[in-house]
Write a new protein. Structure first.
Length: 219
């Protein structure tokens, strides 16, 4: 049976959860402009799995109308009752580089205790590459959650702000090799003489992946 806008719309209106999930998946085979219109119905579905799947697709479908996508994703970020959906909204905002959402992302990061949402917000800020995000990334770097710390290190590297170097160098001494790896990666991106001593030390790291990452910056 061929997939058409009509068949997907029919599945979306079904009372069966499996049908609605299938509809969201089948939207990938429709023209993006059509899928973008249909995905908006799924984003307000009563089931969290449908909403999560739909919001996740906004990372690509949102290109159809960035202004409307910003409105839709901010609504999910602020108002959806489930952390997974909020996190997916933050991911999509980052993928679409909707820097207009910066204040909202900062507000939600500061007001939530859900680590998954915070993690997604930090990753989104890295993707956006917006220098105004620096203070929040500095806050995230000091998080007691090592996963958030790790993503903050990467985000600071992606941001390209040289003032991040002095913040990152102490983490080259972390007991967690993954944090040391991300520091090597970030310092390599930032470059400059200030990073040389830390990269030289990381290039002798006992963990092969860390050493190779640091050495790559010295070739």
């Amino acid at each position: 049976m061929s997939i058409t806008p009509e068949s997907v719309e029919q599945l979306l209106s079904s009372e069966d959860l499996g049908d609605r999930l299938r509809a969201v998946n089948q939207m990938r085979q429709l023209e993006p402009a059509i899928a973008f219109k249909l995905i908006q119905t799924a984003i307000s579905d009563k089931n969290v799995r449908v909403r999560y799947a739909a919001v996740s697709q906004m990372s690509t479908l949102g290109q159809q109308d960035l202004s409307l996508s910003l409105e839709i994703l901010l609504n999910s970020l602020h108002n959806d009752p489930e952390a997974d959906v909020k996190a997916a909204a933050a991911d999509a905002l980052g993928a679409l580089k909707l820097t207009e959402a910066l204040d909202d992302l900062q507000q939600v990061y500061s007001s939530t205790s859900e680590w998954l949402i915070q993690l997604s917000i930090v990753a989104a800020l890295g993707e956006m590459g917006e220098p105004k995000a620096f203070p929040l990334l500095e806050t995230a770097l000091a998080s007691p959650n090592e996963l958030i710390q790790t993503i903050a290190i990467s985000a600071l590297g992606e941001l390209g702000e040289r003032r991040a170097i002095e913040l990152l160098i102490p983490y080259a001494e972390s007991a967690d090799w993954l944090i040391r790896y991300r520091v090597a990666q970030a310092l390599r991106r930032l470059g400059g003489t200030e990073t040389e001593a830390a990269l030289e030390k990381l290039a002798r790291d006992e963990v092969k992946q860390v050493a190779e990452e640091a050495q790559a910056g010295r070739l």
